[in-house]
Design a protein around this ligand. Structure first.
Ligand code: K2U
Ligand code: NI
Length: 186
């Protein structure tokens, strides 16, 4: 966890730079190391041994690299664990409806609990490049959409709590359809 920049580190507030595609070997190796961190953080023995906080996403800013790339390692809607390497990712379109995690969000760069609802788009159509420089277009909804938006925010210097209503942390935005992630399934 010493490699993870904690809040207060200026790089977390920088807008990361686009990455040249095809990837230079150095950037490729950085991404592979970031993915290995997520895998280790989800391994019971390794996470206990190295005191790793479990992570399902990690952006390059969080390891001090202001480059537009992040990795995610989480289950998809079919329940299979999926690795994604995102280079120069962007949201090309999104739903009007929004969702939020009722238990709020966490962040490997934030060593304190932060209460409040983080409004996110319920579904997003995203575009980026993978490890091999191939263009990838995907649609995410629900939890996978939340993770993608949380990591993309990091590339723009945005922390999840920036999106929480400061005066009323559990007040939801007016005039927009927004539901708890768990109501989605009903
Ligand atoms: O960017 C990061 O710090 C990783 C974030 C990603 C994330 C935050 C909120 C909601 C979804 C994803 C978390 O630290 S990953 C930690 C975690 C692990 C399992 C389930 C939820 C959050
Ligand atoms: Ni985070």
């Amino acid at each position: 966890m010493d490699d993870i920049v904690r809040e207060g580190g200026p790089v977390l507030r920088q807008v990361a730079e686009p990455v040249p595609v095809p990837l230079k070997q150095e950037d490729r190796e950085t991404l592979l190391a970031m993915m290995q961190f997520l895998k280790n953080s989800q391994d019971p023995e390794l996470s206990a041994k190295y005191k790793l906080r479990s992570g399902i996403g990690l952006s390059a800013n969080q390891i001090g690299v202001a480059k537009r790339m992040f990795v995610t390692y989480l289950n998809n809607e079919k329940g299979d664990i999926v690795e994604h390497y995102w280079v120069n990712p962007k949201i090309v379109s999104h739903s009007v409806s929004m969702i939020y995690l009722p238990e709020s969000e966490g962040c490997l760069s934030v060593d304190r609990p932060v209460e409040g609802f983080v409004p996110r788009y319920e579904s997003v159509k995203v575009k980026g490049y993978d490890l091999n420089g191939k263009e990838v277009v995907k649609r995410f909804k629900g939890y996978q959409a939340i993770v993608f938006q949380h990591e993309l925010d990091h590339l723009d210097g945005v922390m999840f709590y920036d999106r929480i209503n400061a005066e009323h942390p559990f007040k939801l935005p007016q005039g927009v359809e927004i539901r708890s992630l768990y109501d989605l399934r009903k």
